[in-house]
Design a protein around this ligand. Structure first.
Ligand code: NAD
Length: 338
């Protein structure tokens, strides 16, 4: 099987590729091609463990480059589509790149997959497409009500993927996962940002009242679920992926302070993000019952491992906010939410 992984130099895509190629040893298992534009969020170093594996190849290119996508899909059986502009705060500062990559780029991939009769397509979406939920959890049939430009463009691409199943019969499944954490995440995202600042002796910016709630799932659990969907998911179906640890940003910050040996005086309250969703929560009964998915990583162990990774990789940490005591975050970045 030949799998095209878009966005495979990013945080989750690179974990997916490293684990897909890891267990079987060179010579067996799927062949993987990564297509990645290497934006500010992509890093070829994330794929260093698989460089040199004869089953792996890397193509530096854009999912909006239709001739390139056509030439690649002609030789692949499956697509796992991660490539996206992924940071909510950046989408609030300016959403054009989000619409271009997340919506147009996905459309180009889907059309090409239909043209080349690609046998399987997994579209990696997000729980944010449902919008905020005060109590309970969204099931897959809940209406989409995204609030940020990021989540709106993800919802657009998510619906395009499902439309290509209904209209063209493309064998596509959509996944909607909660917040991921783990090593190799870009340090603009809250956990590596806070860990970077705390390890450097700085302060961390907490949005608003800090009571926004997210479900934190280890990236490895997300990638295992994606593999289950790739291999056994039904065409035209959506699968929620969750089951991490639900925490308010205040609680998350307290755990990060403890993991880094820091006190509460390192917290700096900052003005809330515009349109900040209060709580995300997905019901993941369907993927559990149909495909046998259960998360394996405890948040406590996963967080300790993540902090240790950033401690060991200072080059992957965020630069100090002002060189001394980290002050307010750069306006378009930081803040305690994905
Ligand atoms: P990321 O920002 O770390 O990685 C995105 C990758 O896509 C980068 O390598 C980047 O270079 C590449 N890319 C961007 N634009 C491209 C383009 N036009 N052509 C080709 N490559 C391009 O993102 P991530 O956190 O790894 O998220 C991956 C996917 O998972 C996204 O679709 C995101 O919406 C989804 N998701 C993320 C989370 C999370 O918590 N991070 C949760 C649920 C779903």
């Amino acid at each position: 099987m030949r799998i095209l992984v878009t966005g495979g130099a990013g945080f989750i895509g690179s974990h997916f590729v490293r684990t897909l190629l890891a267990p079987e040893g060179p010579g067996s298992g799927p062949h993987v091609t990564v297509l990645d534009a290497l934006t500010y969020a992509g890093d070829r170093a994330n794929l260093r463990p698989v460089e040199g594996d004869p089953r792996f190849s890397f193509v530096h290119g854009d999912i909006r480059d239709q001739p390139l996508v056509d030439s690649l899909l002609a030789g692949h059986d499956a697509v796992v589509h991660f490539a996206a502009e992924s940071h909510v705060d950046r989408s609030i500062a300016g959403g054009t790149d989000f619409a271009a990559t997340n919506v147009l780029g996905t459309q180009i991939l889907l059309e090409s997959a239909v043209r080349h009769r690609v046998a399987r397509f997994v579209h990696v979406s997000t729980d944010e497409v449902y919008g905020s939920i005060a109590e309970g959890s969204w099931t897959e049939d809940a209406p989409l009500a995204p609030n940020s430009p990021y989540s709106a463009t993800k919802a657009g691409s998510d619906l395009l993927a499902l439309a290509h199943h209904r209209t063209h019969g493309l064998d596509v499944s959509v996944t909607r996962c909660s917040n991921n954490y783990g090593p190799y995440q870009h340090p603009e995202k809250v956990i590596p940002l806070f860990v970077s600042r705390l390890l450097a002796g700085g302060r961390v910016p907490l949005y608003g009242d800090g009571l926004h709630v997210r479900d934190w799932l280890h990236v490895d659990d997300h990638c295992r679920a994606l593999r289950l969907v790739l291999e056994g998911g039904r065409p035209g179906e959506v699968y929620n992926i969750g089951g991490g640890t639900e925490l308010s940003n205040r609680d998350l910050t307290a755990r990060l302070l403890a993991a880094c040996g820091a006190d509460a005086d390192r917290i700096e309250r900052v003005t809330d993000r515009k349109g900040h969703d209060r709580r995300y929560s997905v019901d993941w009964t369907k993927i559990h019952d149909e495909l046998g998915y259960t998360p394996r990583h405890s948040f406590e162990d996963g967080l300790a491992e993540t902090v240790a990774w950033y401690r060991d990789h200072p080059e992957r940490c965020a630069p100090p906010a002002d060189g001394t005591h980290a002050a307010a975050p750069a306006p378009a970045l930081g803040g305690a939410a994905r």
